[in-house]
Design a protein around this ligand. Structure first.
Ligand code: CA
Length: 230
């Protein structure tokens, strides 16, 4: 399915040559596009219905990471960070505050569009065969994209949810990082597998002792507890 018609992308970017270029590409693909050149405008524009946000980290009035935090406090909308800084620390902090993916500048507009489509495709993927899975005190619901611990909802970012789902659904199979990257992020090229590690760390932080994910040294990750359909 490549129906992008009417989907709304918010581009948070102060450099006009970049934002207008990306806008052009996205509009050609059928997206509706809004540009927010400042943090304040991004927060304002975000009140409208937005399907995905691309977020520049260096803005004149606000730190992109702070914007990411503010959006995440209210919403699970997919966020792709655009960073000019090729420093790992920014990417990792960005993923920790809830971004789903990042693209380093200078980037190829086609690659960005491919990533946007892949994330949106997954965000609107049809409900999987088994709708709810349970492991220990954790219950996750694919249709509602909800994660409950002992009946209490824990807010997960979209990729955190997908990663947890993939591991639970495979009930104890060891999955390597490349597999998870491809399944959850849709990369068909060799991506940066640290993205997977950062998301696992976040899941552990959010779920605490209830997090069922076990590291299998030299291989990848698996769930260490029994999984049932709920
Ligand atoms: Ca900038």
């Amino acid at each position: 399915m490549s129906d992008t018609k009417g989907q709304h992308i918010l581009i948070v970017e102060d450099e006009e040559n970049i934002s207008s270029f990306v806008k052009l590409y996205l509009e050609r693909e059928g997206f509706n596009v809004t540009i927010a050149p400042t943090g304040a405008e991004a927060i304002g524009a975000f009140e409208e219905k937005v399907d995905l946000v691309t977020l520049d980290l260096m803005l004149p009035d606000m730190d992109g990471l702070e914007i990411c935090r503010q959006i995440r406090a209210k919403s699970t909308v997919p966020i792709i960070m655009l960073t000019a800084r090729d420093e790992d620390i920014d990417k990792i902090v960005g993923l920790e505050v809830g971004a789903d993916d990042y693209v380093t500048k200078p980037f190829n507009a086609r690659e960005l569009v491919a990533r946007i489509k892949s994330i949106l495709r997954r965000a609107s993927a049809p409900v999987k065969t088994s709708k709810r899975l349970e492991s220990g005190r954790i219950q996750i619901d694919a249709a509602r994209r909800e994660c409950l611990v002992d009946g209490e909802q824990v807010m997960l970012a979209p990729k955190e949810f997908d990663l947890l789902w993939e591991l639970l659904e495979r009930n104890g199979d060891v999955l390597d990082r490349e597999h998870l990257l491809e399944k959850v992020w849709g990369y068909t090229f060799a991506g940066d597998t640290r993205t997977v590690d950062v998301h696992v760390r976040q899941l552990r932080k959010k779920l605490g002792d209830d997090c069922p994910i076990v590291t299998v040294w030299g291989s990848g990750y698996k769930v260490g507890t029994e999984v049932h359909a709920a």
